[in-house]
Design a protein around this ligand. Structure first.
Ligand code: NDP
Ligand code: 2IT
Length: 446
């Protein structure tokens, strides 16, 4: 089997030279899926996996804009329309200087399986720009978003491709892009999700990813007869996902002791709760991208240049960025008797870290399963827009909780090993794949 994976990956590597993150994401999926496909020859004959790793379309464009000093700036915009077998392309936009085609291809590829897991009719896509929002004025952000949408608008639509937020894209940016789309098309439609509540957005969308991560963690613990009450939790990041996760974990009786930024991590032995969680929003809104001010505000420890994985906890929730938890970090967590690692970010754990968790039979969930709550509520926002209706907070929360329970059940079913250990990576990849693959078979060679 290893040989079959190698032959497949050699082709992928040759075709996608220099795209390390994309190759990393495909490798993980190929290891789970190739044995499954060998047992199900209909997928093999139709070369579903070869087709799945090739985006249906990639759009790359120039984004010119004028800064506050009347100087011309030029960025690059992208939209990777990866797979539309089960619904319109759906996935976030990332504005960050590190954005490359490889990064967006990895995110778009993961999104195919993630969106399938939600059980909602959404295909996979991702986009963004190498624009750096840090230190930009509101006016500059607006001018950039308008220029970005002046090209993107011709490629998207409520039945074609529905972008949303990701790193660097929140409610403000979605507002500016929605306004420009509406102006160019003269249509008020659900073309983006993450909109403001007053103009078609869903209640609980900002909280949804973090809440979903914690609902998923609770399901993993429940399967072992355990729960979150009294558990020590470490979280990385301090953005939208980290904030929602801290809020829900605390509500369910856990104690969150860390958050982190690119500058280092905060250790707060008293627990990050109440006004301290709200303060995370101020930190993020300040546009400075540092967590150190938390230590000064609340008298907690700040560990400069370090990551939170050296702290002894029961549950770890990496919620910042890809490849932020490596083999060494994983070893520290394992040595400190961690019981459960649940990814909030996309691909935050390296392959070495995941292998160590698996070898030690520690519960580990990949982001494509445990962070699917964000895009799931985006899917609910699309439904509400189509119905011209909006559900109440309790209704959305109930649906979100049910979706996370169902994703967990599907992953546990496909990932359960003979000795009872659940390989959630394998479970998520196979459970996400089947629906997309069957739809591709039904729709012929397109
Ligand atoms: P935010 O922009 O709110 O937060 C991410 C921030 O983390 C970046 O600004 C980045 O800062 C910072 N960061 C970079 N490196 C580190 C580090 N080593 N330690 C701590 N922080 C770091 O983004 P979100 O909360 O929206 O997204 C976080 C993750 O969750 C991403 O992987 C995203 O793809 C994923 N996700 C988001 C969803 C959503 O609905 N928003 C849904 C599902 C997944 P800097 O700019 O300096 O690099
Ligand atoms: O990675 C993700 O799932 C997101 N950034 C959310 C995508 C969406 O369409 O809500």
């Amino acid at each position: 089997m290893e040989e079959k994976v190698k032959i497949f990956m050699d082709k992928v590597i040759a075709k996608n030279q220099g795209e390390g993150e994309f190759i990393q994401a495909v490798q993980e999926v190929a290891e789970s899926l190739i044995p499954f496909i060998e047992e199900n020859p209909k997928y093999k004959q139709a070369k579903i996996l070869d087709r799945l790793v090739e985006p249906e379309r990639v759009i790359m464009f120039r984004v010119p804009w004028m800064d506050e000093n009347n100087e011309v700036q030029v960025n690059r915009g992208f939209r990777v329309e990866f797979n539309s077998a089960i619904g319109p392309y759906k996935g976030g936009l990332r504005f960050h200087p590190s954005v490359t085609l490889s990064g967006l291809k990895f995110l778009g590829f993961e999104q195919i399986l993630k969106n399938s897991l939600t059980t909602l009719p959404m295909g996979g896509g991702k986009g963004g720009s190498d624009f750096n929002p840090k230190g930009k004025s509101d006016n500059e952000i607006m001018r950039f978003c308008q220029s970005f949408m002046s090209e993107l608008f011709r490629h998207i639509g409520p039945n074609t491709d529905v972008p949303a937020g990701d790193i660097g894209v929140g409610g403000r940016e979605i507002g500016f892009m929605f306004g420009q789309y509406k102006r160019l098309r003269n249509e008020f439609t659900g073309v983006l999700t993450g909109k403001g509540r007053e103009w078609g957005g869903s209640i609980l969308r900002p909280e949804a990813t973090g809440f979903g991560v914690v609902y998923y963690a609770a399901e993993m613990l429940k399967l072992q007869g355990d729960d979150l009450k009294g558990k020590l939790v470490s979280i990385s990041g301090f953005g939208n996902v980290a904030w929602g996760a801290a809020l829900k974990a605390t509500e369910l009786g856990a104690k969150v002791v860390t958050i982190s930024g690119p500058d280092g991590y905060i250790y707060d032995a008293d627990g990050i709760a109440g006004e301290k969680i709200e303060y995370m929003l101020d930190l993020r809104a300040s546009n400075n991208d540092v967590v150190k001010p938390y230590a000064e505000e609340f008298g907690a420890e700040f560990h400069e240049g370090k990551r939170p994985w050296e702290v002894a906890v029961d549950v770890a929730l990496p919620c910042a960025i890809q490849n932020e938890l490596n083999g060494e970090d994983a070893k520290k967590l394992v040595d400190n008797n961690v019981t459960c690692i649940v990814e909030g970010a996309n691909m935050p754990c390296t392959p070495e870290a995941i292998a160590l968790f698996h070898d030690n039979k520690i519960m580990f969930s990949p982001g494509k399963a445990s962070n699917a709550g964000g895009v799931a509520v985006s899917g609910l926002e699309m439904s509400q827009n189509s119905l011209r209706f909006s559900w109440k907070a309790e209704e959305v929360d109930e649906k979100l909780k049910q979706i996370m329970c169902d994703i967990h059940a599907a992953c546990a079913k496909y990932g359960k090993r003979e000795d009872g250990y659940v390989d959630y990576v394998k479970g998520a990849n196979i459970a996400g794949f089947v629906k997309v693959a069957d739809a591709m078979l039904a729709q012929g060679l397109v």
